[in-house]
Write a protein of this length. Structure first.
Length: 275
């Protein structure tokens, strides 16, 4: 299995999971042009993709999908509720009927999935699980191939018992470290209601939330934890890293974790992670 983040942050989220035979793009929140450019940096073209998975309808996860679909022929794996929300939730650019354009682009392409039911794309098994977020049907997932497990979850407001269980035994965990609670409180750009939304139980996972999970619940099995969806306004990459690394060191030392923390970036792809 191989994993690469093409970009992650409030402005757009897209990553790729590959087996020897199968290449899957997850979310299309960057522009189609930027996705194509970053796929090329990673040695791929859009026509190499065997499927696109959409986790939820927020624009930072679907903003580039419609245009991308004119350059790829693969299916889009999306839940019925999310597909419906994709057609009615968008930022209007005042340029015609975006809803109709989206429906046209998706014609014959959607494969209905459920946010808590196993599905396969090629030889990669996906086990999605519901996460608490203010979208209609958001999910995280564990992807499996050849005995390797990769977990990916962003856009969730708090840890649940189900999520804790799903993260056990994974080789790589791509997980949200959205904001610093102090920086969010002090952020002069966001208004009060947006701050409330981000900090709520159905908002976004903070550096401190992630640190709690790492210290108290992380089983130490993942070789890599990639910090994802960092806010450009209410977080600082160095702070997110030090918070996570400190939390890792504070784990009970019964099973010393040899886990490497990597930051994802909104403007450039990560390295490839290979297993
Ligand atoms: Zn998001
Ligand atoms: Zn979201």
């Amino acid at each position: 299995m191989k994993f690469i983040v093409l970009g992650s942050g409030s402005s757009g989220n897209t990553f790729v999971i590959c087996s020897e035979k199968t290449r899957v793009l997850v979310d299309a929140g960057l522009s189609a042009r930027e996705i194509t450019r970053r796929l090329a940096l990673a040695g791929m073209t859009p026509s190499d993709l065997d499927g696109i998975v959409i986790t939820h309808e927020h624009s930072d996860h679907v903003g580039g999908l419609r245009t991308l679909l004119s350059n790829v022929e693969c299916a889009v794996y999306i839940s019925g509720k999310t597909e419906e929300a994709y057609y009615r939730t968008y930022r209007s650019n005042g340029n015609g009927n975006e809803s109709a354009r989206r429906q046209e682009a998706m014609k014959g392409r959607a494969v209905g999935i459920e946010s808590n039911k196993h599905f396969c794309i090629g030889d990669i098994d996906f086990e999605p699980f519901t996460v608490p977020h203010d979208a209609v049907d958001n999910f995280g997932f564990v992807a499996k191939n050849g005995g390797v497990c990769v977990a990916a979850l962003t856009d969730f407001g708090h840890m649940t018992q189900l999520i804790r269980e799903k993260l056990n035994g994974c080789d790589l965990i791509y997980i949200e470290s959205n904001h610093s609670r102090d920086m969010l409180r002090a952020c002069p750009v966001y208004n009060w209601s947006l701050k409330q939304r981000i900090a709520s139980k159905r908002g976004h996972f903070s550096n401190e939330d992630l640190a709690d999970w790492m210290t108290n619940d992380f089983d130490g099995s993942a070789k890599h934890i990639i910090l994802a969806h960092l806010s450009q306004r209410a977080n600082d990459p160095a702070l997110a890293r030090i918070t996570a690394e400190t939390a890792l060191q504070m784990r009970a030392p019964l099973f010393p974790a040899e886990t490497k923390i990597t930051l994802s970036h909104h403007a450039q792809p990560s390295e490839w992670f290979c297993f």
